[in-house]
Design a protein. Structure first.
Length: 231
């Protein structure tokens, strides 16, 4: 068959084609087929194109399966949990449990008590996938780890506020943080904001990085602009 190789959509990949990777001086082709038990090695080839064609032929016979709905009951879990920042340097996503798949973002989680790995869904945005993982982790926390400070929902509804707002620089000389509304809390960073209409000081969450805390404050300030002295 003369199917053309399928172009790679992952930036920085070692190959131009999907399902292909460098193996010493050769090129190896492999494919993930759930019905066949998972990862299947398709062979090793002299050229990148040959390996790419083999993957394309296999994918033609075994097309990608349609995503299944989330198998976990998260109906009682808050919808507005913040994504959990990734702690893996060089990760393809900023958030835990999230990875890129074509032009979409997938979320998955490992829950040994429920039988292993669970696919949580495919989403248009990285943030949506991160929120889904955070909701699943909220209900099924990792044994020996406390995610409560990261997964406690922000009390403000910021669903319509952009996720990518830049932190607001602090104008207080000698401040512990470079950004407004942010303070150090042991090894983490806390974000809080004063909103008189919401009862005064509102805690926005605890984050692993100063930037994430700053972004949360900026999003809250975008929705609740200063009506008087700010933090």
């Amino acid at each position: 068959m003369n199917l053309p190789p399928i172009p790679q959509d992952r930036p920085g990949s070692a190959s131009r084609f999907k399902g292909v990777k460098k193996h010493k001086k050769k090129w190896a082709a492999q494919i993930m087929i759930s019905s066949e038990g998972g990862l299947v090695c398709l062979g090793t080839f002299d050229s990148e194109e040959e390996a790419g064609i083999m993957y394309a032929r296999a994918r033609s016979k075994y097309p990608l399966e349609e995503p299944k709905p989330c198998p976990l009951d998260l109906s009682e879990v808050p919808m507005n949990l913040a994504p959990i920042p990734s702690d893996r340097p060089g990760s393809a996503s900023r958030f835990k449990g999230v990875y890129k798949r074509g032009k979409k973002w997938r979320a998955e989680i490992s829950i040994p008590s429920e039988g292993g790995d669970f696919f949580l869904g495919t989403f248009d945005s990285e943030e949506e996938a991160g929120i889904m993982f955070a909701r699943a982790r909220y209900k099924y926390p990792v044994e020996g780890r406390d995610y409560s400070s990261q997964t406690k929902p922000c009390p403000l509804d910021l669903s319509e506020v952009p996720m990518s707002l830049p932190p607001i620089p602090s104008d207080r000389p000698g401040s512990a943080s470079r950004f407004k509304g942010v303070c150090k809390n042991k090894k983490n960073w806390k974000a809080s904001i004063r909103i008189p209409s919401e009862g005064g000081l509102v805690h926005l969450g605890t984050f692993e990085s100063e930037e994430e805390a700053g972004i949360m404050y900026a999003r809250a300030r975008d929705k609740y602009p200063v009506g008087g002295p700010s933090l």
